[in-house]
Design a protein around this ligand. Structure first.
Ligand code: PTJ
Length: 260
């Protein structure tokens, strides 16, 4: 798809600058085939939920980011699964998280249309990735529980992973990965999504803030005694985390209702 001439020059002073810039990244991603049309819809859904959070990371977001970082650090074979939206919004942070935690990056798409895997790989390589699994012939294994294209995985990556990070994910694959005995980590602004509820650690936050938080927490934990890191990972109660996120959103809306 050819990119149209730029129609908007967003001034830094614009009150919605960050939000508009993230939309630009998604639209850019659409034109470079990194993002699919459905990715635009997913992004809009995320933006509306971010209003409920106050467009800021809450204490429970950081606590979950810390637990997820801890889990990646103590895993034998952690994989960061990358879809179009994640690659468009936070390519550098994904590469840095992989480096800090020793995880591998794997492209895994819901809409595996020709050329998209390569476009996502290119976005990751531009951000500094040295190794990217799951592209072309490296999509050489399948998760048989799944019908759609997300069943195609790398035999060196998701197939043999003990922990898989699946930000902005659809519910089916999360369920399949959990059924296969893998530990699943995610970032999702919707605490009620199937993925948020099935995952072992859900960071309820915008991926734009959550990934830098995960990198920060991983750097802070790295080098600490393994037993301490494992304890942080094991202590996470995802249902309690989701309940806290919902209570936070409900209380915020109640407060706001007094101001309108
Ligand atoms: O690139 P592909 O082909 O793999 O497709 C990717 C999408 C995102 C289109 C696909 O995975 C999809 O349709 O996902 P869903 O089912 O819409 O789920 C995405 C979830 O991420 C929803 O719960 C959204 O609220 C949430 N979300 C969207 N944007 C953000 C977000 N969560 C955190 N940060 C965001 N920026």
């Amino acid at each position: 798809m050819k990119k149209p001439e730029s129609i908007i020059d967003i001034p830094r002073s614009h009150p919605r600058y960050e939000s508009l810039m993230s939309r630009e990244k998604i639209v850019e991603g659409l034109h470079s085939r990194v993002v699919t049309e459905s990715g635009l819809i997913a992004h809009g859904r995320g933006e509306s939920l971010d209003y409920f959070l106050g467009e800021a990371s809450a204490p429970f977001s950081r606590a979950a980011a810390r637990a997820a970082a801890a889990r990646l650090l103590v895993s034998q074979h952690p994989v960061l699964s990358v879809n179009g939206n994640a690659a468009a919004l936070v390519p550098e942070a994904l590469v840095e998280l992989a480096e800090v935690t020793g995880a591998v990056l794997e492209v895994n798409l819901f809409y595996r249309t020709p050329g998209r895997e390569e476009a996502v790989e290119a976005a990751l390589r531009r951000a500094g990735a040295k190794t990217v699994l799951g592209v072309g012939k490296d999509g050489n294994a399948t998760i048989d529980e799944l019908q759609h294209s997300r069943r195609i995985v790398s035999a060196q990556g998701i197939l043999v992973a003990d922990t898989v990070f699946v930000p902005l994910e659809d519910g089916d694959r999360t369920e399949a990965l959990v059924r296969l005995g893998k530990t699943v980590l995610t970032v999702d602004l919707n605490p009620l999504s199937r993925t948020a509820r099935q995952a072992h650690v859900t960071v309820v936050d915008n991926i734009l803030r959550a990934l830098p938080l995960m990198v920060e927490e991983a750097k802070a934990l790295k080098g600490r005694p393994e037993a301490e890191i494992r304890q942080i990972a094991d202590a996470w109660d995802n249902h309690a985390g989701l309940a806290e996120a919902l209570r936070f959103m409900a209380a915020r809306l109640t407060d706001l209702s007094r101001e309108v």
